[in-house]
Ligand binder design. Structure first.
Ligand SMILES: [Zn+2]
Length: 156
C-alpha cells in the first residue's frame, strides 16, 4: 500500500505569498496553458488561463549531491492539497513517468530508477517499496525530469 505525498501546504502557501524559491528568487508568475502545467500541491493541471507560479524547488530537506533542484509549477491562488492513495490527475496524464526509490540517507537506491508506462506505475511502485532499503519514491516527468510528487508507504 502506498500514498501520494504532495508538497506540504505550509511550504506552498509561503510560495503563493511570494516566499523565495530554492535559488532565493521570488516565484515567477505566468498564465497556465492547461495540460502540461501540473500543480505539485493539488496534483491537478492548473486550469488554462489561471495564474500559476514557476519556481525552483528542491524536494529534499538538506543539500547534498543527490538533492536535485528543478522547476515546478504551483497554482498561484491557494488550492487544496491532494491526499490519497489513487494516482492523481498529474500522475496519469502522461504516457510514462520516471520513478526512483530513495533510502534513509535521501540518496537514490541504485537499480530502482525506471521510466514506467502510466498503467504500470502502481505495480512498479509496489515492487520498489518491497525493497527494505527504500524509504520513499520520487515521481518525475519522463521527458523533462521535473519533480512531480513523492510516494510513501502506508503502514497499517
Ligand atoms: Zn494547485
Amino acid at each position: 500500500m502506498f500514498k501520494i505525498t504532495a508538497l506540504p501546504t505550509d511550504e506552498v502557501r509561503a510560495f503563493q505569498a511570494g516566499a523565495p524559491d530554492a535559488y532565493g528568487h521570488a516565484p515567477e508568475r505566468a498564465v497556465s496553458t492547461g495540460t502540461g502545467n501540473p500543480c505539485r500541491h493539488c496534483l491537478q493541471h492548473i486550469p488554462e488561463g489561471a495564474e500559476m507560479l514557476i519556481l525552483a524547488h528542491r524536494p529534499f530537506a538538506e543539500t547534498h549531491p543527490y538533492a536535485e533542484t528543478g522547476p515546478i509549477f504551483l497554482c498561484a491562488s491557494p488550492c487544496e492539497r491532494y491526499e490519497g492513495t489513487d494516482l492523481p490527475e498529474v500522475l496519469t496524464s502522461s504516457p510514462d513517468y520516471l520513478i526512483k526509490g530513495y533510502g534513509r540517507d535521501d540518496r537514490i537506491v541504485y537499480g530502482t530508477g525506471v521510466v514506467t508506462p502510466t498503467g504500470r506505475i502502481s505495480a512498479a511502485v509496489d515492487a520498489i517499496l518491497a525493497r527494505p532499503e527504500v524509504v520513499y519514491i520520487h515521481v518525475r516527468s519522463a521527458r523533462n525530469n521535473c519533480y512531480q510528487a513523492r510516494i510513501d508507504r502506508v503502514t497499517a
